[in-house]
Every structure is written in structure tokens, then in C-alpha cells.
Design a protein around this ligand. Structure first.
Ligand code: NAP
Length: 276
């Protein structure tokens, strides 16, 4: 049977994943397709049963189903267990459907070369931050500080990780010169939200790396502010492409071209890519 893949979510029409995966399938001469599927909030169980019944070869899961899908799968990989969220489902040789999470690892790959001893500050403790924090911990990056508007949520995440420290946004701002890598994971700076900064950057360390996981706009107000200090900035497009590339490699056993895809998506989204 011809392979086919999907992405399920609600809403789904805005997703860049179908274009990305279709292009990679074509580039690598894989005779398969990738389709977006809009799933109604209370129809997840039926949707997953249908995907299994129709022999879907694997699918991505996006908001709001990343947590709710877990009990509907046959197995969940360690990459998704700790986080409690799945973004990729893989069909195994014995027809089992296994859940993975490639978001955090995808983000870390988008940073390029970094060292385990680097001091990392994450701003935000929501769903995306959880995935990234767990991936850092799994890869042995234990110098992790998590600052969040609601401190309790950062404390819960640090307790879960059994490493790092929780900070208020004010504490993060005051101690900013201690951090080599700063990761902005709140939706602040997205087109639809007001253009304010979660923390001020005036105490930033020389040679720090500043990443924002938001990719629309490509240059968020946070990255714009960081550029004033001449530090390296990384936008959220790399995370999107690298999490997709990992899913693609789990499904097809081949690593697709991430750099070319980032360029293609910049052309599609418009604006300047700031990752170099
Ligand atoms: P989420 O679970 O709703 O978490 C939002 C986080 O942002 C929370 O920590 C929240 O703090 C904080 N926050 C929200 N508004 C704030 C404000 N005005 N000031 C300070 N902190 C604020 O959201 P998510 O799923 O983690 O997604 C976050 C962003 O990441 C979204 O913009 C999403 O598009 C983006 N994202 C990008 C990728 C990618 O591939 N590049 C992947 C996933 C997500 P409280 O706890 O205090 O509410």
C-alpha cells in the first residue's frame, strides 16, 4: 500500500507541515502523501481509530490534542512520556502506533553547536517550554533556569526535571548576565499579541545566544531587542523544521534537507531570516 501521512489538529488550515513534508517526500523520491486533517474537539478518539483503520503510516499531532492522544496510542516513547505530550505517531512493523515528541529535540537541533555546561534560561513554562526543558534534561543540559510569570508553574517543571531552578521574571532579568543561552517560549511577540517583552535584556551577557520559538513574525520584538546587543539570534522556524525533520526520519528512515526547507519557508512566510 502507498504510504500516507497526516497532521491532525484544530485549527489546521494554517499548518506549514503539509507543504514541508510534501516537498521532502518529492525531493527524496518517496511515493507518499501528507494531508492536513481538521478534527473536532470531541472526535479525537474516532479520528485516531479511523487513521489506524485506514492504515495511516504515521501522523503529526498539534494543538489541542498533544496530551489527549496519549491513551489512544499503543505505546509512548520516553521522549513523550515525561512531557506528557505527543507530536508524532509512528506505525511500527507489527502495526502498533507509538507516540514520540520531537518538539524539544527539534528546538535543540535548531540551536546548532552548544555545550552541556552552558547556562540556559528558559522564559515560560507552558507546553512548548515543557518539551524543550525535558529534551535539555534528557541530553544532559542540567544548568537550566526556568522563569515564568506564574512562578508555581516553573517550580512544578523544575521539580519534574529534578534539576535546575525556578525564577520569577524579575529575578531572570536581574541575573541575566549569568546565562549563555536565553530561550523565549511565551506567545508574546506573535502577530496577534501585543508587542511587549517578557523581560528586559540590558544585563545580557556578551556572546549570549537568544532564541525565540515564535516564528511569525520571523523577527519578534524580543529578537529585535536582542540584536541591539550584537548577540546571535535564532528564530522559531528552525524548531518547526527540525521537529518535522525528526518525524520524517522516524517515518521514512531518511534525514531530509533542513537548511533548504528553512529557506523555502522564509520565502513562503516572507520577512528576513535572522539565524545567521
Ligand atoms: P502555553 O502552553 O499557553 O504557554 C504559554 C506560556 O507563556 C506560559 O508560561 C505563560 O505564563 C506565558 N505567557 C503568556 N502570556 C504571557 C505574558 N503576557 N507575559 C509573560 N508570560 C506570558 O503555550 P505554548 O503551547 O507553550 O506555546 C507558546 C508559543 O510557542 C506559541 O506562540 C506557539 O506558537 C510557539 N510554538 C512554536 C513552535 C515552533 O515550532 N517554533 C512549537 C510550539 C509552540 P503563565 O504560566 O504565567 O500563564
Amino acid at each position: 500500500m502507498k504510504k500516507w501521512f497526516a497532521v491532525i489538529g484544530n485549527p489546521i488550515s494554517h499548518s506549514l507541515s503539509p507543504n514541508m513534508h510534501d516537498a521532502w517526500l518529492k525531493q527524496l523520491n518517496i511515493d507518499a502523501s501528507y494531508i492536513p486533517i481538521h478534527v473536532e474537539q470531541n472526535h479525537l478518539k474516532q479520528a485516531v481509530e479511523s487513521l489506524k483503520l485506514l492504515g495511516c503510516s504515521g501522523w503529526n499531532v498539534t494543538v489541542p490534542f498533544k496530551e489527549a492522544i496519549i491513551p489512544l496510542l499503543d505505546e509512548v516513547d520516553d521522549s513523550a512520556k515525561g512531557i506528557g505530550a505527543v507530536n508524532t505517531v509512528v506505525k511500527t512493523g507489527d502495526n502498533k502506533y507509538v507516540g514520540y515528541n520531537t518538539d524539544g529535540l527539534g528546538f535543540i537541533e535548531s540551536l546548532g553547536y552548544i555545550l552541556p555546561e552552558h547556562n540556559i534560561l528558559m522564559i515560560g513554562a507552558g507546553g512548548a517550554a515543557r518539551g524543550i526543558a525535558h529534551a535539555f534534561e534528557r541530553l544532559g543540559f542540567t544548568n537550566l533556569s526556568i522563569a515564568n510569570r506564574t512562578l508555581e508553574k516553573a517550580i512544578v517543571l523544575v521539580d519534574e526535571l529534578q534539576t535546575g531552578q525556578a525564577l520569577t521574571l524579575e529575578e531572570a532579568e536581574n541575573d541575566l548576565n549569568k546565562f549563555d543561552i536565553i530561550v523565549q517560549t511565551t506567545p508574546l511577540g506573535m502577530k496577534s499579541s501585543e508587542a511587549s517583552l517578557p523581560i528586559q535584556l540590558n544585563r545580557i551577557k556578551e556572546n549570549a545566544i537568544v532564541a525565540d520559538i515564535v516564528y511569525n513574525p520571523l523577527v519578534t520584538p524580543f529578537l529585535e531587542e536582542a540584536k541591539k546587543y550584537n548577540v546571535r539570534t535564532i528564530n522559531g522556524l528552525g524548531m518547526l523544521v527540525h521537529q518535522g525533520a525528526l518525524a520524517f526520519s522516524y517515518w521514512n528512515g531518511l534525514k531530509p534537507d533542513t537548511d533548504g526547507m528553512i529557506q523555502q519557508l522564509i520565502e513562503q512566510i516572507g520577512g528576513n531570516y535572522v539565524n545567521r
